[in-house]
Design a protein around this ligand. Structure first.
Ligand code: ADP
Ligand code: MG
Length: 305
């Protein structure tokens, strides 16, 4: 087992009800560990709290309870060691492409000379395929190009931890594919620890080592963690030919279509079967190899409901 690097320890997030009186619990008692150098995706329906989890880990939001521990220390607020790629690029509109990236580089390495900052920024702009567009302002870039600048900015910080919130969701299929390849290559080369939110099952299967399945909210839980059984050397264009691909994909789709909304019943069935679901230790499943949930069909779950 790889070293535990990031751990979410019993985190919860509640919001006061707008009408007054009481709170809505988005999720509570959420436990998850991310080993160093691994790529984890979170999948779950809209509104279950994925962005909230990522923002808490980024230090941009505070949990109502529980702690996030990174490398042995509980985090307090944001850090340049944890870079975020947002769903929409969030660029400074008055700065050029290189200005946006250089701004981030300067904030991490304030003692660097102007030339060193620009050279570093230029390297990452080229890495995401934007060489030649350095002096353009965001208003003059396509959506895909703006997202690339956001990616270059986050990568230029050479963060130990890369957090991505549906980074490719607004892009056309071609751009999305290219950027998935680039990000995967960079993450493999740098050994960064990555947490990414997506609702694209194929994207998760291509990129992630582990896929965290989150149930619908309010009161969302991590139902289980799916281990990616595809070879690490996989290629985006032919992952679907691998024998492990369909068991993996079907397992995740089944979760999204039925299990994510009926997890209470499944939980009761697991309890009855003597293998209770445990918040502190989300089950690791390997679809197609060992899958304890296969014993629980929608019919048996309904019987125990
Ligand atoms: N500032 C807020 N006040 C009240 N509720 C919020 C606030 N921010 C998010 N929520 C609620 O928290 C839930 C989870 O939101 P979010 O983390 O954005 O979900 P996801 O990213 O999975 O779509 C949603 O139901 C949303 O309405
Ligand atoms: Mg979200």
């Amino acid at each position: 087992m790889a070293e535990r690097y990031i751990s979410l320890e019993g985190i919860g997030r509640r919001y006061p009800n707008p009408a007054g009186g009481g709170h809505t619990t988005i999720f509570e008692d959420l436990w998850l560990t991310l080993p160093k150098g691994t790529f984890t995706c979170i999948i779950g329906h809209s509104g279950c709290g994925k962005t909230t989890v990522l923002n808490i880990l980024a230090g941009l939001d505070q949990s109502s309870e529980g702690v996030v521990v990174v490398d042995g220390t509980a985090i307090e607020g944001p850090s340049l060691d944890r870079a975020v790629i947002f769903q929409s690029h969030a660029l400074l509109p008055w700065k050029t492409v290189i200005g946006n990236v250089a701004y981030a580089v300067r904030s991490k390495w304030p003692s660097w000379s102007r030339a060193a900052v620009l050279e570093h920024a230029r390297r990452f702009i080229a890495l995401v395929g934007l060489a030649g567009a350095e002096d353009k302002k965001p208003a003059h870039l396509s959506g895909g190009m703006k997202q690339r600048v956001g990616i270059a900015r986050a990568l230029s910080l050479q963060p130990k931890i890369l957090l991505m919130d549906e980074p490719f969701s607004a892009l056309d299929a071609l751009t999305r594919g290219t950027l998935q390849d680039e990000v995967r290559k960079i993450c493999q080369e740098t050994g960064q620890t990555v947490l990414m939110i997506t609702h694209d099952v194929d994207e998760a299967i291509y990129l992630a080592d582990r896929i965290v399945l989150m149930t619908n909210g309010p009161g969302a839980v991590i139902a289980e963690v799916v281990e990616n059984t595809l070879p690490v050397t996989r290629d985006r264009l032919d992952v679907h030919r691998h024998p492990a691909y369909y068991p993996l994909r079907n397992h995740i789709i089944d979760f999204l279509v039925t299990r994510s909304k009926a997890f209470e019943a499944e939980r009761r069935a697991l309890e009855l079967a003597g293998t209770p679901w445990q918040a502190r230790q989300p089950r690791l499943v390997r679809p197609g190899f060992s899958d304890p949930t296969l014993a629980i069909t929608p019919a048996t779950a309904a019987m125990s409901a």
